[in-house]
Design a protein. Structure first.
Length: 431
């Protein structure tokens, strides 16, 4: 039967519309570019992404490590990478505020990414209200390491690490040895060895330098004052000059002569990678040590198991050429099998709960499992970031140095930081 003219016309118009829609859709890319801020073994990372090429037929070119000063020009330029992997989440919110990276709800839906499989703490660093600005790919956490042989030599039970922050101070005193010349020969604990751990201490004191929602600046909160006062006592007690002279004699980080390895520091705060194949097992396999969650204050046993996650996050640049292709690659990166493979290799913590069950993490031994178990702690947190973080973190670092190394008053110093940054923060929150 002959079709009516109006029906034929509608079919022609529909055909034209569908053709136009098809023409507007970006062509499937032949190459995707991934930039990564870290990467001691770029070939290993490229080999990992070659698996995506084998699955999809799309070549992935990995650049790792990318120099920090190249990231912003790329994001503001006309040819950004399709995926950007940042060392931490502190810049993701700043980049989003400047319109340089995408909110990821659409990518999560396109890639069918299961955010419920992610540990809440590392995921939270990427969230701003209802928005998801990045996704955590791998993460780090810190715990207390103690040298069992030094404990025994000091008359302490080598199987019983300190259970409170107060007890840690008592143990540190017993584990500190001063020579006849007045110089330190062994130190029980140095709070900022090998770098600042203020985020962990302030969480144990019940706060942070932002409130939990990231909507208020709390740099001079009582928790911040308590955390820095607690750290300051070690420098006051041992003497800033003495402790700095002692520290200057340390072997390089990651060498067999590093102070904890060499029995010069009895307790330290360090990350999960230390128990992985490239550090203590390789550099000091005979070391007799234990690992436990950093202890809480005696008055707050409910804070036991406190850890602070910080680590790798992934963003999609706003100028990426094909967002669907970026979303699919992101979904592959976030799959439990790929998370397990990459972070088993690096001896870092997985952000996926399913990945955490992979036997490769258990094969790293019970000390590594301490960190994996802490990922599920009700007191697991992430570093809170805002668009002000980059500038504020520098100011807090300077304040910490003044308090520890020059004996500056914690409250007065932190009040000054609050006074300087609160107007900036409040203005930022209005935008």
């Amino acid at each position: 039967m002959k079709k009516p003219f109006f029906l034929l016309s509608c079919m022609v118009i529909l055909s034209i519309m569908l053709s136009a829609c098809g023409a507007a859709k970006p062509a499937e890319p032949t190459v995707l570019r991934v930039w990564i801020q870290w990467g001691d073994n770029p070939q290993q990372i490229q080999t990992l992404f070659d698996k995506y090429t084998a699955l999809s037929g799309i070549k992935v070119e990995v650049t790792a490590p990318i120099e920090d000063d190249k990231v912003l020009p790329a994001l503001t330029g006309s040819n950004p990478p399709d995926i950007l992997v940042l060392s931490g989440g502190d810049l993701a919110k700043s980049f989003y505020k400047e319109g340089l990276v995408d909110e990821l709800s659409s990518a999560i839906k396109t890639g069918n990414i299961d955010t419920a499989d992610m540990f809440p703490a590392p995921l939270s660093q990427c969230q701003q209200g209802e928005l998801t600005l990045c996704l955590p790919w791998g993460t780090d956490a810190y715990a207390l390491f103690w040298n069992k042989d030094l404990f025994e030599a000091a008359g302490l039970d080598p199987e019983k690490p300190p259970s409170t922050m107060e007890e840690l101070v008592e143990y540190a005193d017993k584990l500190t040895i001063v020579g006849a010349d007045g110089k330190l020969e062994q130190v029980g604990f140095i709070p900022d060895h090998s770098w600042s751990h203020n985020d962990l201490y302030v969480r144990n004191f019940g706060g942070f330098w932002y409130n939990n929602e990231g909507t208020q600046l709390t740099t001079n909160s009582q928790a911040m004052i308590d955390a820095l006062t607690w750290q300051q006592q070690f420098y006051t007690k041992y003497g800033v000059t003495n402790l700095q002279a002692f520290s200057s004699g340390f072997g390089e980080y990651g060498s067999p002569d590093a102070p904890f390895y060499a029995g010069k520091v009895a307790m330290m705060v360090e990350g999960e990678w230390q128990v992985g194949p490239n550090f203590i097992p390789a550099l000091k396999p005979e070391l007799n040590y234990g690992v436990v969650a950093f202890p809480p204050p005696a008055a707050h046993p409910e804070r036991a198991g406190t850890i602070v996650n910080q680590g790798t996050v992934v963003v999609i640049p706003s100028g990426a050429a094909n967002k669907d292709a970026s979303a699919k690659l992101l979904a592959w990166m976030m799959s439990p099998a790929i998370v397990a493979e990459e972070f088993c290799f690096n001896a870092n913590l997985p952000t996926s709960k399913k990945a955490a069950a992979d036997p490769c993490f258990k094969d790293m031994g019970p000390k590594f499992q301490v960190f994996v178990d802490l990922m599920s702690s009700p007191n697991a947190y992430a570093v809170i970031n805002t668009p002000l973080s980059f500038e504020l973190n520098d100011a807090l670092s300077s304040a910490e140095e003044a308090i520890l190394y020059t004996g500056a008053d914690p409250k007065t110093t932190l009040d000054a930081v609050q006074a300087e940054f609160e107007p900036k923060f409040n203005e930022m929150m209005k935008k």
